[in-house]
Design a protein around this ligand. Structure first.
Ligand SMILES: Cc1cc2nc3c(=O)[nH]c(=O)nc-3n(C[C@H](O)[C@H](O)[C@H](O)COP(=O)(O)OP(=O)(O)OC[C@H]3O[C@@H](n4cnc5c(N)ncnc54)[C@H](O)[C@@H]3O)c2cc1C
Ligand code: FES
Length: 268
């Protein structure tokens, strides 16, 4: 996995914060220092409050960065409102400031000889895979994205996806795209793929793991989302059991090789 570089703490001006599906938002802020160093799969720790309110920062994956053009230095986060911190975040307006620490963690790494990449995204798990898809396209890697949601209205809008990728929409109720779970379509889209990268709920990883024989030797990287404390490797509050001992999700991950994790021991 790609190792973490220097981390930056800053107050960044919010450029926009808009709802894209019910309860999910894209928040963009200006932070050239982070845009210039962040790698796909890395995350930032966001202060979701002021004063003594929610002093523990919340981790959010880096969804998109702009290096060039009029939006140069812009960093975007994709998040779902699940509790008080993300609700506070959803009320931030353009022109206000956001307190950010990052980029943090070890991101995805693309094999140098890769020509075809399969991305598997469960719901809001698409967040870091968007950045990865854009990077892969720049390297002339053909990207297929299996993008899942419960129902049509919760699907990430197709018009916001990076250009030049092949999106395959999947909904559990069949209200848009293919019906079922993204993992039901692994077999169909696996032939010819050099690498799989996934982000989503634990159940999705268990379903990929259960299809290990089907994947044969194809390397699979997954991004884990445990509860984090410090986010910088200091508190050991985020450890997972791996074949080589306990690893910190925030510092050694959040991206791991799927074969490294002892899945029967993981409780997220
Ligand atoms: C490395 C990393 C990257 C992440 N990237 C994203 C992202 O890009 N977009 C996004 O929407 N979310 C992401 N998350 C999850 C996000 O951090 C939590 O949803 C957020 O911290 C919730 O804060 P809150 O104050 O709103 O909710 P809380 O009030 O803290 O919790 C509300 C509910 O959410 C659950 N919850 C809280 N944190 C997590 C977590 N880490 N994993 C699973 N359930 C959790 C709680 O158990 C509780 O049921 C990421 C987590 C990690 C570890
Ligand atoms: S959250 Fe503190 S070590 Fe990972």
């Amino acid at each position: 996995m790609i190792p973490a570089g220097p981390q930056i703490k800053l107050l960044a001006p919010v450029l926009s914060n808009r709802m894209i599906t019910p309860g999910s938002y894209i928040l963009s802020f200006q932070a050239a220092e982070i845009a210039g160093t962040a790698r796909p799969g890395q995350f930032v720790m966001v202060r979701c409050g002021t004063g003594s309110e929610r002093v523990l920062r919340r981790p959010l994956g880096i969804h998109r960065v702009n290096f060039t053009g009029p939006a140069k230095g812009e960093v975007s986060l994709l998040y779902s409102v699940v509790g008080s911190g993300t609700r506070w975040l959803s009320e931030l307006k353009a022109g206000e400031y956001i307190d950010i620490l990052g980029p943090l963690g070890n991101g995805f790494s693309l094999g140098p000889a890769n020509r075809r990449l399969l991305l598997v995204a469960g719901g809001i798990g698409f967040s870091p895979l968007n950045f990865l898809a854009a990077e892969a396209v720049k390297k002339s890697i053909k990207v297929t994205l299996l993008l899942g949601a419960g129902t049509a209205r919760d699907l990430y809008p197709e018009e916001l996806l990076p250009q030049d990728i092949e999106p395959v929409m999947v909904t559990e109720d069949g209200s848009a795209g293919k019906k079922g779970l993204v993992t039901d379509y692994l077999k169909l889209f696996l032939p010819g793929v050099d690498q799989v990268c996934a982000c989503g709920p634990l159940g999705m990883y268990r379903a990929i793991e259960a299809r290990r024989k089907l994947l044969k030797e194809t390397p699979v990287q997954v991004s884990l989302e445990t509860r984090l404390g410090c986010g910088i490797g200091a508190c050991f509050g985020c450890t997972v059991k791996t074949r080589t001992g306990l690893k910190r999700v925030c510092r050694d991950g959040p991206v791991f090789d799927i074969d490294e994790i002892l899945w029967s021991e993981v409780k997220i």
